[in-house]
Design a protein. Structure first.
Length: 590
């Protein structure tokens, strides 16, 4: 009895180490892939086969079809991906997840050759673990530490697998366990058990690994293994179904497609395979299955299911619409889906995309406002206010989302993106506020019939061109955090400040000469203030990009030093400043 208890405790410890290794290896792989996951998955064409290949590749990298599917549900919910695009990725993820089973099947290698001994987990895992701990503890580069973490995860995974396998050997002589395995030969019982086990641990890779560990007892036959594997493919859908709770209808349909793919695939397999069993004696079903046999069955089923159902992807979509019908009232897409927080690198990239859209909207608002000063239009003024309201919502949503992300384990590069976004979204939103200020000035001009002189209009045209250009450079620098583009923003901001001062000086001279009224001056002051402050916010954004990209956060010190002249020794800065001054020169006063 005592040995029985110790064996169970050891088995549970091995299982814990196995699941822990799988978790840290998967997360480390995900961090290494970083935002490329979103770039790969989100920029998907409607080609189902291309989506299949990408789903296969991404899942093979992060070692989790559940994570890939939850990501896809989040993408569909956010409007990044369509339901049709998601189908191919889901099919690919089912095959990509079989990679783990092949890695774990290394435990079944037998032979005396050097190569076989090297690749046996008892030899390979310690070697990889030793290299991993050296990289993790004695190197400084984030990438090397990440690779070290992956290797340590592999060590924990394989060690846990070995411990489980060894501790389960006692089950070989247990009559109740042999009887249990025989009961799983019943397709319905085996499928239900496999589905339940996978639903509980929410990982088909882990449940397949546990089955491979049980193969060491010598009691697991092909007849009992096949139904369990079929059930495991259904059980893995639970994670996506749970992730779709609260999502929009298309996102829920995505989770349903995942479930339908596996249920239909299992149903077809059961009908064909066990139907043929009435005419063919499947003698191998009574043979003992090894770990690599489980990997073969797992892969063959998923490849066969994909081969049959890929041409019928349209049918799966139609079935999903039958399960979750269309609704007349359109549902609003969730821009920052919290499901993506489960994959922080992807969530960071999504937040960056929304922030970039926010910058573009603010610039568009300013451009629209400038047009209103020349020809006022009430409809365009309403649109301007709508855009400004949208940037307010973006700022609130991004602030909450980024704070949640800041508590997560992020790579150095993702942390820098996070800091840049946190430090700049308020500046971006303020640009839209100043655009509304310009719009209000335009409304006042319309109501009071204020019309600037030809000279003043020419000066404002030059100033507006400079402001539009600095906004455009800020947008492009922000989209990819481009240092070279960010370096061009500050000298242009200096030129905008100089232009504003010159416009004010010229206005005072015209006022003194009786060519302009004080009332015109109030409106002009509002316009100049809005333009100057918009350029200031562009400068703040650019400086944050420059500073955070170097791992610093002294943006204000940098800006003050630049404006005070301490950094004017920079040849590039001086050259750009001179060029911009010449580019935005005012016409001579008459």
């Amino acid at each position: 009895m005592t040995s029985y208890i110790f064996n169970v405790v050891t088995m549970l410890g091995g299982l814990a180490l196995f699941l822990f290794g799988m978790d840290i290896m998967g997360k480390a792989l995900e961090r290494q892939a970083g935002g490329k996951l979103q770039t790969i998955l989100a920029k998907m064409s409607s080609n189902v086969f291309k989506g299949f290949l990408l789903g296969l590749g991404v899942t093979a990298v992060i070692q989790s079809s559940s994570a890939t599917t939850v990501m896809v549900v989040g993408f569909v919910n956010s409007g990044i991906m369509t339901l049709k695009q998601a189908v191919g990725v889901i099919m690919g993820s089912n095959i990509g997840t079989t990679v783990t089973a092949w890695i774990l099947s290394l435990s079944g290698l037998e032979g005396d050759s050097f190569i076989i001994k090297l690749f046996k987990p008892s030899t390979l895992a310690p070697v990889i673990g030793t290299i991993g701990i050296v990289l993790y503890m004695f190197t400084k580069g984030e990438k090397k530490k990440g690779i070290g973490t992956i290797m340590l995860g592999f060590l924990a995974l394989m060690t846990g697998m070995d411990i489980m396998g060894d501790s389960m050997e006692f089950l070989e002589n247990e009559p109740w366990f042999a009887q249990l395995m025989i009961s799983f030969s019943n397709p319905l019982v085996g499928i239900l058990f496999g589905a339940a086990l996978t639903a509980v641990i929410q990982s088909s890779s882990a449940s397949v690994g546990i089955l491979q560990g049980l193969c060491g007892t010598g009691v697991v036959t092909f007849g009992s293994a096949i139904p369990i594997i079929l059930g495991q493919n259904i059980g893995t859908c639970v994670t996506a179904l749970m992730g779709a709770i609260g999502a929009n209808r298309n996102a829920r349909r995505t989770a349903v497609v995942h479930l339908l793919f596996n249920v239909v695939g299992v149903t077809i397999f059961v009908i064909v395979f066990y139907g043929l069993g009435f005419f063919i004696d499947w003698k191998f079903l009574n043979e003992t299955a090894a770990a690599w046999d489980i990997a073969v069955i797992h892969t063959c089923f998923n490849v066969a299911a994909t081969g049959v159902l890929m041409p019928l992807n349209g049918l799966l979509v139609k079935l999903a619409y039958l399960v979750i019908p269309r609704k007349e009232t359109p549902q609003k897409e969730e821009l920052l889906d919290e499901r993506l927080l489960a994959t922080p690198a992807v969530a960071i990239q999504r937040a960056h995309e929304i922030a970039s859209q926010m910058v573009a909207d603010s610039a568009e608002a300013m451009k629209l406002a400038m047009g209103l000063t020349r020809k006022f239009d009430a409809g365009k003024m309403e649109l301007l206010v709508e855009i400004e309201d949208r940037t307010d919502r973006y700022e609130d949503a991004l602030g909450t989302y980024l704070v949640k992300l800041s508590s997560m384990n992020l790579s150095v590069s993702d942390n820098r993106i996070l800091n840049t976004l946190l430090y700049t979204i308020s500046d971006v939103e303020r640009i839209a506020d100043h655009a509304v200020a310009v719009g209000k000035a335009a409304l006042e001009m319309e109501e009071k019939k204020i019309n600037f002189s030809v000279q003043a209009k020419a000066e404002l045209e030059v100033l507006e061109r400079a402001v539009n250009d600095i906004l455009s450079r800020t947008i492009h620098a922000y989209e990819c955090f481009d240092r070279d583009l960010a370096m061009k923003v500050e000298p242009q901001e200096q030129v905008v400040d100089a232009l504003v001062r010159e416009v004010k000086s010229r206005h005072v001279r015209r006022l003194r000469d009786g060519l302009c009224s004080v009332e015109y001056g109030f409106v002009l002051e509002d316009l100049l203030t809005a333009f100057e402050r918009a350029a200031d916010h562009c400068s703040n954004v650019a400086v944050e990009i420059l500073q955070v990209s170097e791992g610093k956060l002294e943006a204000h010190e940098y800006l003050n030093a630049l404006k005070s002249g301490e950094l004017y020794e920079s040849a590039a800065f001086s050259e750009r400043l001179a060029r911009y001054k010449a580019q935005y020169a005012f016409p001579e006063e008459k």
